[in-house]
Ligand binder design. Sequence first.
Ligand SMILES: [Zn+2]
Length: 121
Amino acid sequence: MADDIQNNQVAAEAEPVEIRDTDISFDCPNCGKQLVIDYRGAGLEIECSFCGSHVLVPIPDGMQLADLDLDPGEILKQLFATRRNYQKAELEIQRLRTRLIQLQETLSVMQEAIAEGLGEH
Ligand SMILES: [Zn+2]
C-alpha cells in the first residue's frame, strides 16, 4: 500500500526503487534527497516525502503540454478539483484561525486564574 500511487494522484515515492523512462527524477532543493515522480507531475507543486517542504517538480527539457496525454476535459476537471481544494483549504484556514483565537482566550483566562491563585497564597 505504501508504494502505491493512489488514484493516479501525484505522489513522490520515498525510494527511487524503479525509475521508469517517463519518470522525472530530481533533488529536493531543501533536503537534497532524490525525488522520483510520474511525468504527469511536471510543473506541479508536491510535498517532499523526506522533509515535507513544498517543491516544484521541474518540467523536463523539450516536454510539451501535449505529452501529458490528457484531453482538455480531463485538464479542466483537474483544474476544478484544484480550485475546490483551494477553497476547502481557505475555509480550513479560517476555521483554524477562529479556533486559535478561542484557544488564546482560554489560555489568557487560565493564566489569569493561575496568577490569582498564586496571589492568594
Ligand atoms: Zn526534501
